[in-house]
Ligand binder design. Structure first.
Ligand SMILES: NC(=O)c1ccc[n+]([C@@H]2O[C@H](COP(=O)([O-])OP(=O)(O)OC[C@H]3O[C@@H](n4cnc5c(N)ncnc54)[C@H](OP(=O)(O)O)[C@@H]3O)[C@@H](O)[C@H]2O)c1
Length: 250
């Protein structure tokens, strides 16, 4: 796919109501795509529709629900699918989790990625389509205050690689890429995690952030995901995303 072929293409972004997803939807829209944004909060989606105009179609739905992926893939036939939706993990040490809080990101993030990736292969999406899943840098090093979050995000990286292999085996021509953003205070989810880790270390949020170095912005996430979509030169299965940009994930 070249930079010209994104113009007029349909992109579907899950978790588009705020945070990274909102920025990804905005960047894809500015690059010329017709963007379908999926999230549960109708009001926030409505605000984005006001900002982006007719190039943005809001769809209020639970992206992890059994019927959502199949229905929306049939309805919109996206050439670009960004699976970004994710639950905010409860920031507590392991023993203060229940199984329900520990498994929250498996029930939402992994279940949603599994259902949409599966439907992408079964449908299948058209040759030349691109599916991007959002994992996390936590998948590489763990996240001890986030219950099952890091394992869930590692599972998303694995299932993206499995899907890429199935696409190749069946010559479907669908590109699957996984992006692993570093922790950033730029979103509600990230700022809660940063506050928890700062408190754990007994330092202020400002000191924690200054030790962590330059923080990833939502604008950088939107731009990086757009680059992964339009530039087939990004030919690795998974990329780490920091404030310095995209690098192949180890
Ligand atoms: N921020 C970070 O530091 C960071 C780092 C690495 C990876 N990530 C990952 O990046 C993704 C976006 O995170 P964020 O920081 O932008 O978080 P955020 O600001 O909390 O946004 C999460 C988005 O996911 C949507 N969502 C959650 N559950 C959903 C469901 N069942 N169905 C549809 N939409 C759902 C939310 O919309 P509604 O509530 O309206 O449904 C919202 O739009 C997540 O997968 C997260 O794990 C974040």
């Amino acid at each position: 796919m070249s930079t010209t072929s994104i113009a007029g293409a349909t992109a579907l972004v899950t978790g588009a109501s705020r945070g990274f997803g909102r920025s990804i939807a905005t960047a894809l829209s500015q690059a010329g795509a017709q963007v379908v944004g999926v999230a549960r909060d109708k009001d926030q989606l409505g605000q984005l529709r006001e900002e982006l105009g007719g190039s943005f179609i809001p769809v209020a739905a639970d992206a992890a629900a059994p019927e959502t992926a199949g229905l929306l893939i049939d309805a919109y036939r996206p050439a670009i699918l960004v699976l970004n939706a994710g639950a905010a993990p409860l920031s507590r040490p392991l023993h203060q989790h229940t199984w329900q809080t520990f498994s929250r990101n498996w029930e939402v993030d992994v279940q949603h990625a599994f259902r949409w990736v599966r439907e992408s292969l079964l449908s299948p999406l058209d040759p030349g389509s691109c599916v991007i899943t959002v994992s996390s840098g936590a998948a590489l090093r763990g996240s001890p205050l986030s219950g099952g979050y890091a394992g869930a995000k590692a599972a998303i990286r694995f299932l993206t690689a499995y899907a890429a292999d199935e696409s190749d085996r069946a010559a479907l021509g669908i590109r699957f890429r996984c992006v692993l953003p570093q922790l950033t205070p730029a979103t509600g989810l990230g700022s809660a995690a940063v506050a928890a880790y700062a408190a754990r270390q007994g330092v202020t949020v400002a000191d924690y952030l200054s030790a962590a170095g330059p923080a990833l912005t939502t604008g950088q996430v939107g731009a990086a995901v757009t680059s992964l979509v339009i530039d087939a030169g990004y030919d690795k299965g998974a990329y780490l995303l920091t404030a310095a940009g995209l690098t192949p994930a180890p």
